[in-house]
Design a protein. Structure first.
Length: 354
């Protein structure tokens, strides 16, 4: 890593908001002294022993105060930078940065850090920039793994088999879509449970729910984690004939969002059969998404076999959670996210494939 400044700097590399994980970068000539002052062995009262490119579980202490357990990795043989992965509470990240600053590091913004530490390779720079936007533990860990293994793989690209290169390109296309942002839309008739399902997948009540049809008057989007991978989930207005101009516009907007989505969850209320006109509207919706997952909701209220569930459709209850894991596994497979593994080198930006 080429240094552009003579001092040691530190920065929060992940978004400055509550999350599951925070990554703090430290780089500069005094990194060894500074880390020795704040890191202790995970199980013994002695300084942590760090080895280049080997993640270590450490305890962070500021003075005598325990702050957090963290995974710390020295980067590269020169060991002139390190990544500290803590739990994602913003207060924890702030206290760690304050401790590093107290021992001589200069705290800077993430963009200034990436610019000042500019790695020799473009892959490392790309990873550093992607970490700033990462919204999940799984994606962060995957990106950190690519920082190490992707440059090595690209260096021996020409010596790999045609089959291996084809597999690399296939999973790279998935990763490029993931880093760009995957969009999933939930569509269906009013009162099918779309907002309840959206809230379950998001993990909190983002969409307003009600027994009254037509409650959702515009699409609502929020980040959800599908088996640890971040996606943008959109809850759309229920599809039906209506004389209300506002609701009609909301339905059109929702259909546009669905047409642009990478995957559509088509929801049906399992408590009542789908009316012929509803089925026709579902088939006629302008969905250009290549992937549609059929889901029958409210299975906790429906009698067994009360709905004619097509082959391949998923029965679930967004209230009890029954079937949610099945849905998440299906989404992961439909989007080919199951191809992404930390040990498999994978491009994640289009220019990596040039």
């Amino acid at each position: 890593m080429v240094r552009k400044e003579s001092d040691t700097i530190a920065a929060l590399l992940t978004p400055p908001a509550p999350g599951a994980i925070a990554v703090i970068g430290v780089a500069g000539p005094d990194i060894g002294t500074i880390l020795s002052a704040v890191l202790r062995h995970a199980r013994r009262d002695e300084p942590a022993l760090l080895t280049p490119d080997r993640p270590r579980l450490c305890r962070i202490l500021i003075g005598r105060e325990f702050i957090d357990d963290a995974i710390v990795t020295l980067c590269g043989e020169a060991s002139s930078s390190a990544e500290i992965c803590t739990h994602g509470g913003i207060r924890i990240a702030q206290r760690v940065l304050a401790g590093l600053e107290a021992h001589g590091a200069r705290v800077v913004g993430s963009e200034a850090y990436v610019a000042a530490t500019a790695p020799d390779g473009k892959i490392e720079r790309d990873v550093d920039r992607a970490l700033v936007a990462s919204q999940s533990v799984r994606l962060t860990r995957w990106l950190l793994a690519q920082r190490r293994i992707l440059p090595e793989y690209l260096a021996r690209w020409n010596s790999d088999s045609a089959e291996a290169r084809a597999a690399f390109r296939a999973r790279s296309e998935v990763a490029i879509r993931l880093v760009r942002g995957i969009h999933i839309a939930i569509v269906g008739p009013p009162n099918a449970g779309k907002s309840t399902l959206a809230n379950r997948l998001i993990g909190h009540e983002r969409a307003v729910t009600s027994d009254a049809p037509g409650t959702t008057r515009d699409w609502v989007s929020e980040t959800a984690l599908i088996r640890g991978w971040p996606v943008t989930l959109t809850d759309t207005a229920g599809i039906r004939e209506t004389d209300c101009a506002i609701e009609a516009e909301a339905i059109v907007r929702g259909q546009v969002r669905a047409a642009e989505a990478d995957l559509v969850i088509s929801l049906t209320d399992a408590c009542r059969p789908r009316l012929p006109e509803e089925a026709e509207r579902q088939r006629a919706r302008p969905v250009s998404a290549r992937r549609v997952v059929e889901v029958f909701s409210k299975c906790d209220l429906a009698a067994a076999g009360s709905a004619n569930v097509p082959k391949g459709a998923i029965r679930l209850s967004a209230v009890t959670g029954e079937g949610i894991d099945v849905l998440e596994r299906r989404i992961e497979m439909e989007l080919c996210l199951d191809l992404l593994a930390e040990e498999a080198p994978t491009a994640f930006l289009p220019h990596h494939l040039d």
